[in-house]
Design a protein around this ligand. Structure first.
Ligand code: GDP
Length: 197
C-alpha cells in the first residue's frame, strides 16, 4: 500500500466523540515504550505523526488519523507505566473498554509486544480482555533490530507457547523494526487485504 496522505483528525478521551464513520479503523496499542509511536510514524512515512516517548501523567488520548481517505489509523494510549496511580489505571481501563465496545468499524487491534522481553503480564491481560470482548487482534513484535534473529525467534516461540496455555487458537503475529523498516510492508499489506474483504 502506498501512503499518499495521512491526516490528523481528532484527539479525545471518549469513543462517542471519535469520528462517525463507516471506514474501517485499525488501532495500535501496547505497553509504554514498546515503540508504538515510532511504528506509526514508520508505517505512515511521517516523522512526527505520532508523538514519540510520551510521559506518564500526560492526558491519555485516543488519536485518529485518516489514511488515504480510506481507513483510520488509531493511536491508543499505552498501558503498563510502572508508576501511575491506581486511579489513572482505572481511567485508562474504562476509556479503552468503552472504545473497544463502541467502534463497530474497528477492523483490528494491533497489540505491540517488545520482542526482547519474556511474556509480560500486562500484555497477556490485555489480550484476555480483547478475547473476552471478541475484538479481532494481531500481535506485532517490535524492535527486532535490537537483537539477533535467533533471540527474537526464541522469544516469540516462548510467547506463543505461553498463549497456548489459555488460547485455543493463538493470534496471528508479525514482526517490525522502525529502524530498518522491516515489517512495514507486511503490516500495510495486511490492512489492505482486510480493507478489501
Ligand atoms: P511508545 O512509548 O510505545 O510510543 O514508544 P516510542 O515509539 O516512543 O519508542 C520508545 C523508544 O524506543 C524510543 O527511544 C525509540 O527511538 C525506540 N524505538 C522504537 N522503535 C524502535 C525500533 O524498532 N528499533 C530500535 N532500535 N529502537 C526503537
Amino acid at each position: 500500500m502506498v501512503i499518499k496522505e495521512a491526516k490528523f483528525v481528532t484527539s479525545n478521551t471518549r469513543a462517542d466523540l471519535c469520528p462517525q464513520t463507516d471506514l474501517p479503523e485499525y488501532a495500535f496499542i501496547g505497553r509504554s515504550n514498546v515503540g508504538k509511536s515510532s511504528l506509526i510514524n514508520t508505517l505512515t512515512n511521517r516523522l512526527k505523526l505520532a508523538k514519540t516517548s510520551s510521559f506518564p501523567g500526560k492526558t491519555q488520548l485516543i488519536n485518529h488519523f485518516l489514511i488515504n481517505d480510506d481507513w483510520y489509523l488509531v493511536d491508543l494510549p499505552g498501558y503498563g507505566w510502572a508508576k501511575v496511580s491506581k486511579e489513572s489505571r482505572e481511567t485508562w481501563r474504562k476509556m479503552i473498554n468503552f472504545y473497544l465496545r463502541n467502534r463497530p468499524n474497528l477492523a483490528c487491534v494491533f497489540v505491540l509486544i517488545d520482542s526482547r522481553l519474556p511474556p509480560q503480564k500486562p500484555d497477556l491481560e490485555f489480550m484476555e480482555q480483547l478475547g473476552t470482548m471478541g475484538v479481532p487482534f494481531v500481535l506485532i513484535f517490535t524492535k527486532i533490530d535490537k537483537q539477533s534473529k535467533i533471540k527474537t525467534e526464541a522469544n516469540i516461540a516462548l510467547f506463543m507457547k505461553t498463549l497456548k496455555e489459555t488460547w485455543e487458537e493463538p493470534p496471528m503475529y508479525m514482526t517490525s523494526s522502525s529502524t530498518t523498516k522491516e515489517g512495514r510492508e507486511e503490516i500495510l499489506q495486511f490492512i489492505s487485504d482486510v480493507n478489501r474483504r
